[in-house]
Design a protein around this ligand. Structure first.
Ligand SMILES: *[C@@H]1O[C@H](CO)[C@@H](O)[C@H](O)[C@H]1NC(C)=O
Ligand SMILES: *[C@@H]1O[C@H](CO)[C@@H](O)[C@H](O)[C@H]1NC(C)=O
Ligand SMILES: *[C@@H]1O[C@H](CO)[C@@H](O)[C@H](O)[C@H]1NC(C)=O
Ligand SMILES: *[C@@H]1O[C@H](CO)[C@@H](O)[C@H](O)[C@H]1NC(C)=O
Length: 894
């Protein structure tokens, strides 16, 4: 197990190659052609402070990950650590819920410690199973400090109705062991690796005979990690007298591929028949109907496979045949975050089970498709009418040769491909842990599938599927502390989503339509729960007269043509030569900004345009008088331009004298400024040979750019070498957990470190100018904007001033004239040049004019994976320019 983790820790050559080729291409300035145009960005990001309508279950109990809520049920049953609760499903925050305390006894804990288990995690009673047993009773199992027990609950009074009974065969020993269980017709079907060293097993525990999976001569399950199971009542309306089936979903070690393959794990679906009674001589007390097949979730164009199944949701259809399986898949390398959502149809799973079998001749040979004769009746099938006609009424009557074939051929050759042969969604930097799907009717009468997906960091993504693609409506930070979402449950009756994490349980309404302030905002959201009623964005379910509502889930663009919206107008008055920052906060991560001046579009491109357009601001550089005018920021989304804010900018010649600045008072560090080496950077003399850039003659400029190009060329080579080197380091697998994006950042960071030993890597974090980026972890979220901004082709970034990051060898430019200090900065107050007093939390490291402006390439499909590399190059370029291109040899150690 340990060794496996180490192996899994090494990032795959494929990912490194992807990364490397991408970065090399970035260096060469080519547009990116990555598989990543599937990558979806959540339209809006709501940090925990912005979530208003959320009820939480307050309790000392932790790990509320087992939940049970039945259709029409008013109680939400929650199994936690050491207790079970019956909560009011319409309001889980209601006080004094019914509780059954069921903790492991001190004696049991002592035994657990003696077994060498962790008293912080394993020596508790974690409720792992909680389901209805019959009309009056529930059944539950707990790990009970590494010695599982099960017990009945009398539902009405909510008390344990009997002494707990042995649970060793029904419940895993640990709180995190992959496990799934069902009670069907009072029979318990579970799957797990039960004891510590046992093989994984799919069992029917009661009533006798207990059925299990086979271990010899062919092991049917190979280190299987179960994520889910489901009953599909295929007997209903079956013309062949088919049986009901139970489907299991898991990830296991692959048999069919050589162990040297980069894919050591595969996602699987297996099934057994409900009526199975085992064999008589062969396969006695073993399933006679066990078959399994591989689930494929991949980007076929890139031969990129998601091999680890993390969560599955079974969506029932009109008939059993219409059942759909949604799965969340990830990569098997633990230090690379990425997720894909794939959808499978039951019909294709059935086809795989009807197809050819795989076979392994002997222990040394590889698995190959079996081409020999298949015995009759077909091995692994349920008892159907045609078998009954041959007097085979139960599985014990099956012929020995059939059962022997079943024993040796558990695996099908055909793989189950995702519908449309590609994922519905692909995310590079997110690790989804759980998912639930809800079907709801839009105003256009379509039935939309709405997916709720929890991440490993406590966020919830809500997405709607439109024509085989997922549009992520929003991402919500449900849990402030980073922790994985462990379970999600949907209740159409309560119009609620219940989300659990190790520390708590939250209840959310299906939608928060009031969040959308304008008609366009409402339809851009494409939330099938929301519609615009002419004045507000409202929940369509709560609205009687649906015909008056506007909604456009399909395209997210139609219906608001006549809507009126007020645009805020502000004034800016600055002096010639100032840099003016006009803020424009776009609520949507999918919107791109478009600026106009007196109606004409502002071009933020080109070195001498005098403008830089960021995702959330326009910068007028060294304003000239003819730059005055009415500037309007528009949000462009779904090809529609919506005005957001206007600025009346006046640029005049004679500035009012700036008020004196108190010594030591830095107007930019109004909010929790980070510790600095000195109170303020010492202005350092500029080398006289190297005048400031604005004093350069065109000749000098020419020379300057020539040297920039030369240096850049050199840098490209050096950085490529560094990247290859870093790639090799990564392969060594000594890294902790980081995402693809940060992997790229790490590689660039490394290379920059080799240039300057004195750089503090924390100061190298690039940030957009965004109020989302408030420096407490939400920043990472804000950085998603990089992604969307890739489409508009430019953004502004401000990086730490030279004073923080340079050694004495690099001379920073002289400290700039300080902007006037507001006497008492109020949050609403704007500084004359547009740096609002709320900004310093973001700009606090800006430190005068020693910031660096970056502009992205215009390629629409550029990859965030590589942004940081391009950013780094840009940064170097800009920095060199600002430091007047000191002709020093590169300090790279390579
Ligand atoms: C559950 O909560 C709702 C709303 O707070 C309340 O109306 C209802 O009576 C509660 N149900 C029970 C069983 O307490
Ligand atoms: C676990 O054991 C350690 C030392 O043996 C002790 O300090 C700690 O409090 C224990 N934790 C719990 C939750 O019992
Ligand atoms: C449900 O099962 C429990 C436990 O076996 C039993 O005591 C109870 O009588 C059953 N109830 C019904 C309605 O069958
Ligand atoms: C199988 O079931 C059929 C009808 O259900 C019955 O007529 C037949 O006798 C049974 N055969 C055996 C061997 O039990």
């Amino acid at each position: 197990m340990r060794r496996l983790e180490v192996m899994a820790g090494a990032p795959p050559a494929a990912v490194q190659l992807l990364l490397l080729s991408c970065c090399v291409r970035a260096a060469a300035g080519y547009p990116f052609n990555t598989p990543l145009d599937l990558d979806a960005t959540p339209r809006i990001t709501v940090p925990s402070s912005g979530i208003q309508v959320c009820k939480r279950f307050q309790s000392a109990a932790v790990d509320c990950s087992t939940m049970l809520l039945e259709t029409g049920g008013e109680r939400l049953y929650v199994g936690a650590r050491g207790a079970v609760f019956a909560l009011n499903a319409s309001d889980i925050s209601a006080e004094s819920p019914l509780t059954i305390a069921w903790a492991a006894s001190p004696e049991q804990k002592r035994q657990c410690l003696l077994k060498g288990k962790d008293n912080e995690t394993e020596c508790f009673n974690h409720i792992r199973f909680l389901q209805r047993f019959n009309a009056t009773h529930l059944y539950m199992c707990g790990t009970h400090a590494f010695s599982p027990l099960c017990a009945y609950i009398e539902e009405e009074r909510f008390v344990m109705s009997s002494q707990p009974e042995e649970g060793r065969d029904k419940c895993p020993y640990g709180p995190t062991t992959g496990y799934t269980g069902l009670i069907i017709d009072q029979q318990m079907y579970t799957a797990a690796q039960y004891e510590f060293r046992s093989f994984p097993d799919i069992r029917r525990n009661s009533p006798p005979p207990i059925l299990k999976t086979e271990d010899a001569p062919t092991r049917w399950l190979n280190e299987a990690d179960f994520v889910g199971s489901a009953l599909v009542r295929e007997s209903l309306g079956s013309s062949t007298g088919d049986d009901d089936k139970i489907y299991y979903f898991f990830t296991e070690r692959s048999h069919e591929q050589p162990t040297t393959s980069s894919h050591s794990r595969v996602a699987r679906v297996a099934r057994v028949c409900k009526g199975d009674r085992g064999g008589r001589l062969t396969l006695q007390k073993r399933w006679t109907s066990f078959l399994k097949a591989r689930l494929m979730c991949s980007l076929p164009e890139y031969d990129f496979h998601f091999n680890v199944l993390r969560s599955v949701f079974v969506m029932p259809g009109q008939t059993p045949q219409d059942t759909l399986f949604y799965g969340i898949f990830g990569l098997e390398w633990k230090n690379v975050k990425a997720s894909a959502v794939c959808r499978f149809s039951l019909v294709e799973v059935q086809e795989a089970f009807q197809g050819p079998y795989m076979e392994k001749q002997d222990s040394d040979s590889e698995w190959k498709e079996y081409t020999g004769k298949i015995p009759e009746p077909r091995p692994g099938t349920c008892i159907t009418d045609s078998l009954r006609a041959r007097d085979i009424n139960v599985s014990t009557s099956l012929p020995d040769d059939v059962l022997d074939f079943v024993r040796r051929h558990p695996l099908m050759s055909q793989q189950v491909q995702a519908l449309d042969r590609r994922p519905l969604l692909f995310r590079r930097t997110t690790e989804y842990t759980r998912m639930a799907v809800h079907r709801t009717q839009g105003l256009d009468e379509y039935l939309y599938h709405v997916l709720y997906m929890g991440t490993d960091e406590g966020w919830l993504h809500k997405a709607v599927e439109v024509e085989g693609r997922l549009h992520i409506i929003e991402e919500l930070q449900l849990f402030k502390d980073q922790q994985p979402v462990t379970n999600i449950l949907i209740s159409p009756n309560q119009s609620s989503v219940y989300v659990s994490s190790p520390s708590g349980l939250a209840q959310l309404p299906f939608s928060s339509c009031r969040r959308y302030a304008s008609c366009y905002d409402c339809i851009f959201s494409r939330d099938p729960h929301c519609g615009w009623n002419g004045a507000q964005c409202v929940d369509v379910a709560a609205h009687k007269d649906r015909s008056a509502l506007i909604q456009d889930v399909q395209k997210g663009s139609r219906g608001c043509e006549n809507a009126q919206a007020d645009v805020a107008l502000r004034s800016r008055s600055v002096r010639v030569g100032d840099d003016v920052l006009l803020q424009c906060e776009l609520a949507s991560n999918l919107a791109t900004p478009l600026w106009t001046r007196d109606g004409a579009e502002v071009q933020g491109y080109g070195l001498d345009s005098g403008f830089r357009i960021g995702t959330d601001a326009l910068l007028i550089i060294e304003a000239r008088r003819n730059r005055s005018g009415l500037y309007t920021c528009h949000a462009v989304e779904n090809d529609i331009r919506v005005a957001v804010i206007s600025y009346n900018v006046t640029i005049h010649l004679d500035p009012p004298p700036p008020p004196p600045v108190e010594p030591g008072h830095d107007p930019y560090s109004l909010v929790d400024a980070p510790p600095r080496p000195t109170e303020r950077p010492q202005p350092q003399p500029v080398a006289p040979l190297l005048p400031r850039s604005e004093l350069l003659s065109p000749r000098d400029m020419e020379a300057m750019y020539l040297s920039v190009i030369t240096i850049l060329g050199g840098l490209c080579v050096v950085l490529t070498v560094v990247l290859i080197y870093v790639g090799a380091c990564l392969r060594a697998g000594d890294r902790g957990k980081y995402s693809l994006r940060t992997a790229a950042a790490a590689c660039t960071r490394k290379s920059s470190r080799s240039r300057s030993q004195h750089r503090n890597s924390a100061h190298l974090e690039l940030k957009t100018v965004s109020s989302h980026c408030n420096g407490n972890g939400v920043c990472n979220r804000g950085s998603k904007r990089h992604r969307s901004s890739g489409q508009d082709g430019g953004f502004l970034q401000i990086v730490p001033g030279e004073g923080h990051s340079t050694s004495n060898k690099e001379s920073p430019p002289p400290a700039p004239p300080l902007p006037p200090t507001p006497q008492l900065p109020s949050p609403e107050r704007d500084l004359p040049n547009g740096l609002s007093a709320t900004l310093p939390s973001v700009l606090r490291r800006m430190n005068g004019n020693s910031y660096v402006l970056l502009r992205q390439s215009d390629s629409g499909n550029s990859s965030p994976l590589c942004h940081s590399f391009a950013e780094e190059l840009n940064r170097i370029l800009e920095k060199r320019k600002r430091t007047q291109l000191l002709p020093r040899p590169d300090e790279s150690s390579v």
